[in-house]
Design a protein around this ligand. Sequence first.
Ligand SMILES: Cc1cc2nc3c(=O)[nH]c(=O)nc-3n(C[C@H](O)[C@H](O)[C@H](O)COP(=O)(O)OP(=O)(O)OC[C@H]3O[C@@H](n4cnc5c(N)ncnc54)[C@H](O)[C@@H]3O)c2cc1C
Length: 189
Amino acid sequence: MPSPLISSLPCATERGRIVVNQFLQVPDWPDVWAVGDCAFVPDARKPGKSHPPTAQHAIREGKVVAQNIAAALLGRPKKAFSFTTIGLLASLGRRTGVARVFGFNFSGFFAWWMWRTIYLSKLPGLDKKVRVAFDWTLDLLFPKDVCAIHDLPYRRAFSRREQPNDAVGNNGHHPAAKKQAAAPTTSSR
Ligand SMILES: Cc1cc2nc3c(=O)[nH]c(=O)nc-3n(C[C@H](O)[C@H](O)[C@H](O)COP(=O)(O)OP(=O)(O)OC[C@H]3O[C@@H](n4cnc5c(N)ncnc54)[C@H](O)[C@@H]3O)c2cc1C
């Protein structure tokens, strides 16, 4: 989703996204570049259309924009961005999913497994991959790990009253929580 901040910028926008040229450069502001969900990146193969705002595009746009910024600084030719969507994957829950990869459709457990495997491979860093792989493996063997339950009125009070400094030195415990813990509780028994 493009940020609402974009509407306040003096750049041309299209459907809430900053219009860039094929080099990912904002035409009226040559030193300004935009990529990802915030950018309306023209698709040369479909005039008037843009590349879809997906992660697979954003990652590749990031590489091209880095090359183009370096090229602009060094006076070298810039590279036009172009990429064809490899596939689409979605988890439907209960270990089922849907996928379209290179034009082939899959569904059910295999699509869900592919969704997980591909996203696992995209996680940055080996440590993160291993942590998540372990967590997901345990998830196959055990029921859901419910680790935090917040009641909404308490959460509202927390975000309203918590200041960054309040959490320092008290192990993150909020005074409201202490007050709540100290208050006499009523029992239905
Ligand atoms: C539910 C959902 C499912 C999706 N599934 C897929 C999928 O299966 N495959 C796929 O390819 N794409 C998928 N996408 C799209 C994909 O997530 C986005 O296209 C991609 O994340 C865009 O990357 P980005 O870097 O442009 O933006 P983001 O990933 O949104 O990164 C923007 C970052 O900027 C930060 N930020 C925002 N405002 C400020 C500020 N004022 N100051 C500092 N930091 C700020 C945000 O916290 C965020 O970390 C999905 C999106 C959603 C919402």
